[in-house]
Design a protein around this ligand. Structure first.
Ligand code: CAA
Ligand code: FAD
Length: 379
């Protein structure tokens, strides 16, 4: 067993930390207030190689391992979880599936640009009546000669308006249930594709979340990923990696709040001494540090399993379940350490608490992670 990072891991972590401090921190409160997508920053993240970190360099990716990816996700998420969810979706939910299951033409046409961050992708599984119950897909893609006709609605789509390329999961044979679900690459400017309203959210307010409507959108057959009926498996396998990205996001949110609380506790004085000298505050810091370390170990273990080519879906679900709980617990305590100052925007911790909540909901709620974990235990 080896708990050491490699030099490459440390270099990636430090580069992400530096970028987050210099490019994401300025303006993060404003972007949250006005629900502004970090366009310029995401472009820069593409140029630095953060949007296709694990993709093979021959498709313009960074060729890095999953440990590097989760380290970068943690650092970006400490400062701006809206930027990190755009990064997570592009890396884990879009590039991964295209690289693993796309054909050469699809990789040439789409992956090469996505991996460089030249264009941004979105992953569309959820529907108004198919969130946790993801097999209940109502969106249909009906084969019509050399193309499919796509009809239906997707909702809650991250990068919904910023993306140009969408991985869309749709029913091609409703009689076959989840074995009749397929996956497609769809471009935004195709006729019949409408981007719906932007959601006004509690947290990750800089992320653009939209519903999407499709009316007879013509998808060429060559834009199907894999065989007909392969779409649900592709979505589930994709989410195994995606959940790890969100676990790292939750870890970063918790670690960011803890670092702020620790620094503040050394500065703020009450009753003639810094508050970190009161045992009640020391115990809060001890609990936060311990929970964060446990979450980090779960995230790294799942990343390591994935890098070794071993089964990691359980480990990924455990990492997301635990890290997202830690993110909620730690951000609430970080506000408490800040007293009244924690309740206002200037001190960042209230935003981190609002951002933390989504990590218990998207890419499978905490209840769904428990289903995945318990099925694994009992199988
Ligand atoms: N990995 C691989 N395959 C999996 C899997 C996993 N983690 N989970 C399920 N499957 C496979 C099963 O093996 C089964 O395949 P076979 O029939 O070939 O054996 C198939 O999927 C159907 O599984 P179940 O019979 O278990 O189906 P179910 O309906 O009982 O439950 C579920 C499945 C696990 C609850 C699934 O519906 C689920 O994961 N729901 C949550 C959906 C989700 O996470 N959505 C996230 C949307 S993306 C997003 O949120 C992005 C973002 O915010 C940024
Ligand atoms: P429901 O499935 O209706 O669940 C409601 C409640 O019931 C939850 O607490 C749930 O845990 C619980 N529940 C449901 N079934 C069970 C059960 N069997 N046992 C126990 N409890 C259960 N989706 C995408 O496809 N792409 C995206 O990019 C994307 N981005 C998102 C961004 C944001 C900001 C949000 C809010 C959501 C996003 N989603 C995305 C959708 C997200 O994955 C779903 O919201 C999530 O999977 C839950 O589905 P739901 O909202 O329909 O809740």
């Amino acid at each position: 067993m080896n708990f050491e990072y490699t030099e490459e891991h440390l270099a990636v972590r430090d580069a992400a930390r530096e970028f987050a401090q210099t490019e994401l921190l300025p303006g993060v409160i404003e972007r949250d207030t006005h629900a502004t997508f970090p366009h310029a920053q995401i472009k820069e993240m593409g140029a630095l190689g953060f949007m296709g970190m694990m993709v093979d360099p021959k498709y313009n990716g960074g060729g890095m391992d999953t440990i590097s990816y989760v380290l970068a996700m943690e650092e970006i998420s400490k400062i701006d979880a809206s930027a990190s969810v755009a990064m997570s979706v592009n890396n884990s939910l879009v590039c991964w599936g295209l690289e693993k299951y796309g054909n050469e033409e699809q990789k040439e046409k789409y992956l090469k640009r996505l991996a460089k961050g030249e264009i941004i992708g979105a992953f569309c599984l959820s529907e108004p009546e198919a969130g946790s119950d993801a097999t209940s897909q109502k969106t249909t893609a009906e084969r019509n000669g050399d193309h499919y006709l796509l009809n239906g609605t997707k909702n809650w789509i991250t990068n919904g308006n910023t993306a140009s390329v969408y991985i869309i999961i749709a029913q091609t044979d409703p009689l076959k249930g989840h074995k009749g679900i397929s996956a497609f690459i769809v471009e935004k400017d195709w006729e019949g594709f409408v981007v719906g309203k932007k959601e006004d959210k509690l947290g990750i307010r800089g992320s653009d979340t939209h519903s999407l409507m499709f009316t007879d959108v013509k998808i060429p057959v060559e834009n199907r990923i894999g065989e007909e009926g392969f779409g649900f498996r592709l979505a589930m396998e994709t989410l195994n990696g995606g959940r790890l990205g969100i676990a790292a996001q939750a870890l970063g949110i918790a670690a960011g709040a803890y670092e702020l609380a620790l620094a503040y506790s050394k500065e703020r004085k009450t009753f003639g001494k810094p508050i970190c000298q009161h045992q009640a505050i020391q115990f809060k810091l001890a609990d936060m540090a311990t929970e964060i370390e446990a979450a980090r170990l779960l995230v790294l273990k799942a990343a390591w399993l994935k890098d070794q080519g071993k089964e990691f879906s359980q480990a990924s679900a455990m990492a997301k379940l635990y890290a997202s709980k830690v993110a909620m617990d730690v951000t609430i305590e970080a506000i408490q350490v800040h007293g009244g100052y924690g309740y206002v925007k200037e001190y960042h911790v209230e935003r981190l608490m609002r951002d933390a909540k989504i990590t218990q909901i998207y890419e499978g709620t905490s209840e769904i992670q428990k289903i995945v974990i318990s099925r694994g235990i009992l199988s």
